[in-house]
Ligand binder design. Structure first.
Ligand code: PHE
Length: 342
C-alpha cells in the first residue's frame, strides 16, 4: 500500500472513530491512538522521507488534512464531554460527608484533669526521665539492697555496657528524688509520668502504665496536711460528699504509710460492681516522707518534714468509666476510646 492509500484509509478511520466518541475516556483513547508520538499520524510523517520529491506536496497536503481532522475531532469531543461533566446536576438530597473530629485519649484527659486540680491547689508539675538508675528509683528511696522490688521479676533493666544499675522507672517516686535534690523546701509538686513493671499483662495490670505522684515538703508538715490535701482533691475530682478511710500500709520511702480509701461515688457505700461490693474505692498510697529519704536527697529531716502520695492513672480511668479490662485503654479501638470525647 502506498502512503497515499494509507492516508486515505486513515482519513476514513479517523472520521468514523470521531463519530463514536461519547465520553472523555473515549476522547483520551482516540488521542492516544492517533495524536501522540507513537500514534498513527506520526507513523505516516516518518514515511514522508521515502516519498519521491515530486509527490511530496500532494502527500504532505493529505497528511495535513488527516491531522486537522483528528485534532478538530479531539477538540470537539473534549469541549463536549468536559462541559457536560462540569454541569452534572447537584443532588442536594445526598447526605453530607461527615468530618470526624480527633479527641484526646481518655488517659491523657484524666491526667490533664488531675493536673488541673492539683495545680489549682498550688502544686507545680515536675517530670523526670523514664530511663533511670537504681539510685533514683530505689536506693535514695530507702529500698534495702535486697528489697524484692529490685528483683528481675519486677524491674526492666536496660543493657548498658559496664553498668548494671540502669532501668526503666518502676514508679514516679524517682522524680520525687530528683525534685528534692534540685529544689529547696518549700516543695509542692506533682509528678505525672509513665512507669514500667515486668508484670504479666492481664485485665487488671499492664507492663507499662501511668502514675501521678505528689510531694509536699516544708517546715511542720504533718499527716493532717496529707489527709486534708487528699480529701480536698478527692471531693473535687470524684464526689463532693465522699467519706474516707486511712489504712496503715508500708512503703520503704514513707513512715508512717497508708492507703487511702474513699466511699464509692457510684453506690455511696452500698456496694456495686465498681467497688466490688465493698462500698470503698482505694484511691492512693501515701505517707510521710521517710527521714532517710530526706537525708539522702540533701534535706535536713530535723528541720523539714513532708508527705508524698501516688496513684495509678489507669485505675482512675477504670473507676470513672466502668471499663473492666485495662487493656482496652491501649488497644486504641475507636469504638471504645471514641466514647470519651469531652
Ligand atoms: N510509689 C508507690 C507505688 O508505686 C506509690 C506511693 C507514692 C506511695 C508516694 C506512697 C507515697 O506503689
Amino acid at each position: 500500500m502506498t502512503l497515499i492509500e494509507q492516508l486515505q484509509q486513515l482519513h476514513q478511520v479517523i472520521a468514523a472513530e470521531a463519530e463514536q466518541i461519547t465520553s472523555a475516556d473515549d476522547a483520551e483513547a482516540f488521542r492516544l491512538r492517533h495524536l501522540v508520538k507513537k500514534g498513527t499520524i506520526q507513523a505516516c510523517v516518518e514515511q514522508m522521507r521515502s516519498v519521491a520529491k515530486e509527490d511530496k506536496p500532494v502527500v504532505g497536503k493529505l497528511l495535513n488534512q488527516v491531522r486537522d481532522l483528528a485534532e478538530q475531532a479531539l477538540e470537539r469531543a473534549r469541549d463536549q464531554f468536559s462541559r457536560s461533566a462540569s454541569v452534572e446536576p447537584l443532588d442536594v438530597t445526598l447526605p453530607g460527608r461527615g468530618v470526624s473530629a480527633g479527641a484526646i485519649h481518655p488517659i491523657t484527659q484524666t491526667v490533664d484533669r488531675l493536673v488541673e486540680i492539683f495545680t489549682s491547689m498550688g502544686f507545680d508539675v515536675a517530670e523526670g526521665p523514664d530511663v533511670e538508675d537504681d539510685a533514683h528509683n530505689f536506693e535514695h528511696l530507702n529500698f534495702a539492697p535486697d528489697h524484692p522490688a529490685r528483683d528481675m521479676q519486677d524491674t526492666f533493666f536496660v543493657d548498658v555496657p559496664g553498668r548494671d544499675d540502669v532501668l526503666l522507672r518502676t514508679h514516679t517516686s524517682s522524680v520525687q528524688v530528683r525534685v528534692m535534690q534540685n529544689m529547696k523546701p518549700p516543695i509542692r509538686c506533682i509528678m505525672p509520668g509513665r512507669v514500667y513493671r515486668n508484670e504479666a499483662v492481664s485485665a487488671r495490670s499492664l507492663a507499662e502504665f501511668h502514675q501521678i505522684e505528689g510531694l509536699y515538703i516544708d517546715r511542720g508538715v504533718s499527716m493532717a496536711d496529707l489527709k486534708g490535701t487528699i480529701m480536698a482533691f478527692a471531693r473535687r475530682f470524684y464526689d463532693a460528699h465522699a467519706e474516707f478511710r486511712f489504712r496503715t500500709s508500708y512503703f520503704p520511702f514513707t513512715e508512717p504509710s497508708c492507703e487511702i480509701d474513699m466511699s464509692c461515688f457510684l453506690c455511696k457505700g452500698n456496694g456495686c460492681r465498681i467497688c466490688k461490693h465493698s462500698g470503698w474505692l482505694e484511691i492512693c498510697g501515701a505517707g510521710m516522707v521517710h527521714p532517710n529519704v530526706l537525708r539522702a536527697c540533701g534535706i535536713d529531716p530535723d528541720e523539714y518534714s513532708g508527705f508524698a502520695f501516688g496513684f495509678g492513672v489507669e485505675r482512675v480511668v477504670l473507676m470513672l468509666t466502668g471499663i473492666d479490662d485495662i487493656r482496652l485503654l491501649y488497644e486504641n479501638d475507636v469504638r471504645v476510646i471514641g466514647q470519651f470525647t469531652p
